[in-house]
Design a protein around this ligand. Structure first.
Ligand SMILES: NC(=O)c1ccc[n+]([C@@H]2O[C@H](COP(=O)([O-])OP(=O)(O)OC[C@H]3O[C@@H](n4cnc5c(N)ncnc54)[C@H](OP(=O)(O)O)[C@@H]3O)[C@@H](O)[C@H]2O)c1
Length: 435
C-alpha cells in the first residue's frame, strides 16, 4: 500500500485551521481523489497547541524553516504570511530540498514569485498558490491550465473584498467612506491598519501574480500603477448611478499598443457588467481570451473555508503527481514586465468638478477640453448644496469619449489655472467595454 502523503503545515491561523478542519471532514474524498491517504505529519505556529483540532501525532516545530527542511514531510504548506522573513526563508528551504510547496501568500509571491519559481524548477519541486489570488476562486488554475490555449487580451477583477464591501455599503446604504471602513473593521474584513487594502496595494500584489500567468512576464509589482478608494465620495457614487455605472476598485492587466498595462484604481463599470454586479465581500475576475471570449469567475475571496478549499485543491494535485511550471511556462521564458506609464493610458473618463458659478466658466472648460481633442459624451450640472453655494461653485460631472490620461490631466490642470474650477478635480477611469 502507498504511504500517506505527509503534510507539514506552517501557520494555524484562519487558513491553517480551516485547512485542517477541511481535511478532517473530507479525508476520505481527498484520499480517493489523490489515490493515497493524506495526513498532517508536522506543524508549526508561534504557539504550540492543537487549537481544538485533532492533530493526531503531528510533530511540532517552533521554526517553520526547520519543519520545511526536516525530511519528515512531502509537501510544505505555508500559511503564515508576509513577503519576507519566516515564511520566505521556510519556502526557500523546502524548495531547495525538492519539497513541494503550497502557499496562500500573495505578498511573498508578488515580491519573489520569479525567484521561487526558478528555485522550484531547479529542484524539481512544485510551487502551487491557488489560494493567493481570489481566495476560493480558481483563477490561477483557470489561467495556467484551462485557458492555456488562448491568447489573453485582458484580465480585470475585484481582488479585494474589503474595498468591495466598503464601496457596496456606501452605494446601497448611502453611508460615507469612513463609516463603512469602520464597519468593515468591526466585522473583521479590514486589517487594523487598512491602508494596504484601501490603498490598492493588496489588489496590486494579486494583479501582478495574475498578469504573470496571463502574459508570461515576471511578477513585478513595480509595473503596477496603484490608486486606492480613499477619495471616492457619495457624490461620485450617485453620479455613477445616474450615468448607468457602479464604482469598483479594479485590478486590470491588459495588452495595449504600448505594452501590457497593469493598473489598480477605482473604475466606472457599466451596471450590466458581471464585475459591477459583484457586491459585498465577494471577489470576481473577468478574463478575455481570443478563443473563449469573456469569462467571469465570482466567489468568496477570503475566509478560512474558502481559502482552505483552494489550498486543498493544490495539495490533491501534487498528490496526483500533476507537474506544472508555477507560472504556466518555464521560468527562463518569462520576460521582464512592461512598465507602461499611466499617462499613456487610453480610455473614457468621468470627471467631477467644482465649477466657479459665473458666466463663461463652462465655455472655458469646454475650450480646454477641445484644445486637447477631448470630446464630451455627457455633461451633468448638479444642484449646488449649501456648502457649494456658499463657496460660489456648482458641481458638474463630465464624461469623456476615449482620450489619453495625459490629455485629460493637462486639460484639467489648465482649467484650475484659469480659475474656473476650484478644488482638485475628481477623475475616475471608465471601463473600456462601457464606452
Ligand atoms: N485569511 C484569509 O481569508 C486569507 C485569504 C487568502 C489568503 N490568505 C493568506 O494566507 C496566509 C495566512 O493567513 P491567515 O489569515 O490564516 O493568517 P493568521 O490567521 O494571522 O495566521 C498566521 C499563522 O502563522 C503563525 N505564525 C506567525 N508567525 C510565525 C512564526 N514566526 N513561526 C511559526 N508560525 C508563525 C501564527 O501562529 P500563532 O497561531 O501561534 O499566532 C498563525 O497560526 C497569508 O499569507 C494570507 O495573506 C489569507
Amino acid at each position: 500500500m502507498t504511504n500517506p502523503l505527509r503534510l507539514g503545515v506552517a501557520g494555524l491561523g484562519v487558513v491553517g485551521t480551516g485547512l485542517i478542519r477541511l481535511l478532517q471532514r473530507r479525508h476520505a474524498e481527498w484520499a480517493a481523489r489523490a489515490g493515497r491517504d493524506i495526513a498532517v505529519a508536522a506543524y508549526s505556529a508561534r504557539r504550540r497547541g492543537d487549537r481544538g483540532l485533532d492533530l493526531g501525532g503531528a510533530l511540532y516545530y517552533a521554526s517553520p524553516a526547520e519543519l520545511a527542511a526536516s525530511g519528515s514531510i512531502d509537501i510544505f504548506v505555508e500559511l503564515i504570511g508576509g513577503a519576507e522573513g519566516i515564511a520566505f526563508d521556510a519556502v526557500k528551504a523546502a524548495l531547495s530540498r525538492g519539497i513541494s510547496v503550497v502557499t496562500a501568500n500573495k505578498a511573498m509571491l508578488a515580491a519573489h514569485g520569479f525567484e521561487l519559481a526558478t528555485l522550484a524548477e531547479r529542484s524539481g519541486a512544485q510551487l502551487c498558490f491557488e489560494a493567493a489570488v481570489g481566495g476560493g476562486i480558481p483563477v490561477i488554475k483557470t489561467l495556467r491550465e484551462s485557458l492555456a490555449g488562448n491568447a489573453i487580451q485582458r484580465v480585470s477583477g475585484i481582488f479585494n473584498g474589503t474595498c468591495n464591501y466598503i464601496l457596496s455599503r456606501m452605494e446601497t446604504e448611502r453611508l460615507p467612506f469612513d463609516v463603512c471602513l469602520r464597519e468593515a473593521q468591526a466585522l473583521g474584513y479590514a486589517e487594523a491598519d487598512p491602508a494596504f487594502d484601501i490603498g490598492g496595494f493588496d489588489t496590486a500584489h494579486k494583479l501582478a501574480i495574475v498578469a504573470s500567468l496571463a502574459f508570461g512576464a515576471k511578477v513585478d509589482t513595480g509595473a503596477v500603477s496603484v490608486e486606492g478608494i480613499e477619495q471616492i465620495t457619495l457624490a461620485d457614487l450617485s453620479a455613477a448611478d445616474e450615468l448607468g455605472f457602479r464604482i469598483k476598485l479594479l485590478g486590470v492587466a491588459e495588452r495595449t499598443p504600448h505594452g501590457v498595462e497593469q493598473r489598480v484604481h477605482p473604475t466606472m463599470v457599466a451596471r450590466s457588467a458581471p464585475l459591477a454586479q459583484t457586491m459585498g465581500v465577494l471577489n470576481a475576475v473577468s478574463i478575455d481570451g481570443d478563443a473563449i471570449g469573456e469569462l467571469t469567475l465570482v466567489g468568496p475571496g477570503a475566509g478560512g473555508d474558502a481559502t482552505a478549499s483552494a489550498v486543498a485543491g493544490d495539495i490533491v494535485d501534487i498528490a496526483r503527481g500533476i507537474r506544472l511550471a508555477p507560472f504556466g511556462r518555464p521560468a527562463a521564458s518569462l520576460v521582464d514586465a512592461d512598465r507602461v506609464p499611466m499617462q499613456r493610458h487610453e480610455g473614457g473618463y468621468y470627471v467631477r468638478l467644482a465649477v466657479v458659478d459665473r458666466p463663461g466658466a463652462m465655455g472655458a472648460i469646454a475650450a480646454r477640453m477641445g484644445e486637447r481633442l477631448i470630446s464630451l459624451e455627457a455633461i451633468m450640472q448638479k444642484r449646488a448644496g449649501k456648502e457649494a453655494a456658499a463657496a460660489g461653485v456648482v458641481p458638474v460631472v463630465l464624461m469623456t469619449h476615449g482620450t489619453t490620461e495625459s490629455s485629460i490631466r493637462e486639460a484639467l490642470a489648465l482649467t484650475v489655472e484659469d480659475g474656473v474650477v476650484r478644488e482638485r478635480p475628481q477623475v475616475i477611469r471608465i471601463e473600456r467595454e462601457a464606452l
